[in-house]
Design a protein around this ligand. Structure first.
Ligand code: EPZ
Length: 424
């Protein structure tokens, strides 16, 4: 198992390029299941464990994939198995994304129920509701979702999501593009990941109206074709890198980004005292002498994203004053807080709100990762903690950050990746 050994107290400076978006890669890779006509070439795909897991799943289903230098080639002509097994689905909840495309193309899909998650329940009821609205019958048996399209083909329908769900919107879109007739989706997620999925599906030949909004209309196509596509940047990685600069009192430029997609995150950095300069595809953050405590409420896009909540809490431990961070998407996404407090932070949790008292001097020690963004917040804290911080179980981090220590070290951090045996 790997750990990151971080020597704190080094100010970050310089420039770095963001990797491709993990949360866009996963649905567009799933969408390659929609057609056996041709081979896909997907560029700017991050080299992450979650991507490897997803390509393993595609292999299991019969697709051919090769991945080299952030370009993924996929051919789904020979897909025959329609079962996504527990062994793979348990590794990554996003495996549920194969449900919509398999049901749309083959009229049948059998997907293991995803496992739990470190930060509370993550149901899939909205995914199943969407499939049923498109004419699928769903049964759950022996831990599997058994989905069949009545008459062998999905038909258009109206899906009205009671809450905004990125995954369920993605599945609904991938099911609707091959359904017979027109589908409307109300209260669709409008995250950039979904906007990019819509553009990907349209490039494949789908007809989608309302891209980028919460009201989508899809005319089912008879067939779609494989394409070459350039993935967008990872807005959460970019935000995490900016937080790394801010927490160390540094100044960095992140390239290859679309500042427009990070508007509300950048606003919060400015409220916290940072200066932010943007060009069409870069963001420069300059830290203030003193960070200002800044409240944040995580909500669906375009609000401040829940995937930046843990990183913001780490940053606020160094801000002057008390800040309130509320997560309205995942009410229990606070596993990072006990570990941050072990580093010397003073954070309380009240229901789905963290109250951070700052500034607090942090001192390095061993801390345990529990989930992807929690581990990112521990790395950020380690960058500013006195002495050495050891972040254990960094397999959580490797799910969503491509060579994070290489990136941070290129900006002046001192991080070494080491093997360790947890039972020593
Ligand atoms: C996506 O997860 C992201 N993952 C998550 O990022 C992100 O935190 C989340 O969206 C919210 O932005 C990927 O894109 C692979 P949701 P997803 O469905 O689709 C509830 C990361 O760190 N809900 O938008 O699973 C759910 O419990 C990961 O990169 C239902 O009730 O999230 C939550 O409260 C973590 N029923 C809310 O909706 C459902 O059927 C939003 O979840 C589905 C969701």
């Amino acid at each position: 198992m790997d750990k990151l050994v971080i020597k704190g107290g080094r100010r970050l400076s310089g420039s770095i390029t963001a990797s491709g978006s993990k949360n866009t890669s996963l649905p567009i890779i799933a969408a390659t299941l929609l057609t056996g006509d041709g081979a896909f070439t997907l560029h700017h795909i991050p080299d992450l464990k979650d991507i490897m897991t997803f390509t393993q799943l595609l292999h299991h289903l019969g697709a051919e994939t090769t991945f080299k230098g952030n370009t993924l080639h996929v051919s789904s002509g020979n897909v025959e198995s329609l079962q996504a097994p527990y062994e793979l689905v348990k590794k990554m909840r996003a495996s549920i994304y194969v449900l919509g495309p398999m049901l749309a193309r083959f009229g049948h899909a059998r997907v293991s129920l995803p496992g739990g998650c470190a930060f509370g329940p993550r149901p899939i009821d909205l995914h199943l509701m969407a499939m049923e609205k498109l004419g699928a019958t769903i049964t759950i048996q022996t831990g599997f979702i058994e989905a069949r399209a009545k008459g062998g083909k999905l038909r258009g329908g109206h899906i009205d999501f009671p809450i905004s769900s990125v995954g369920a919107t993605g599945n609904a879109l991938m099911a609707a593009v091959l359904a017979k007739g027109t589908t409307t989706i109300s209260n669709a997620a409008a995250e950039p990941e979904i906007e990019t999925l819509c553009k990907f599906l349209v490039a494949m030949g789908a007809t989608i109206r309302g891209t980028g909004t919460t009201e989508l209309e899809i005319d089912g196509s008879n067939s779609l074709k494989a394409i070459e596509f350039y993935n967008v940047f990872d807005r959460i990685e970019a935000g995490t890198l900016l937080a790394a600069a801010a927490i160390t009192g540094g100044e960095i430029t992140v390239n290859g980004v679309e500042p427009e997609q990070m508007k509300n995150v950048l606003k919060k950095f400015i409220h916290a005292g940072c200066s932010i300069e943007t060009t069409k595809n870069s963001i420069t953050l300059k830290s203030p002498d003193k960070l200002i405590a800044t409240d944040v409420t995580a909500k669906p896009y375009p609000a401040f994203p829940t995937d930046m909540q843990a990183q913001w809490i780490a940053l606020m431990t160094q801000a002057d004053g008390t800040s309130h961070i509320t997560d309205k998407v995942y009410h229990e996404r606070f596993n990072h807080i006990p570990e941050l407090n072990r580093l010397g932070a003073q954070i309380e949790i009240h229901k789905n709100q963290a109250i951070v008292h700052g500034p607090q001097r942090l001192s390095g020690t061993k801390v345990m990762s529990t989930d992807l963004r929690a581990s990112a917040s521990l790395v950020l804290a380690g960058l500013v903690a006195e002495g050495t911080t050891e972040v254990l179980r960094v397999y959580h981090l490797d799910r969503g950050y491509e060579k994070i220590e290489t990136k941070l070290n290129s900006l002046g951090a001192d991080i070494i990746r080491e093997k360790y045996n947890e039972f020593e």
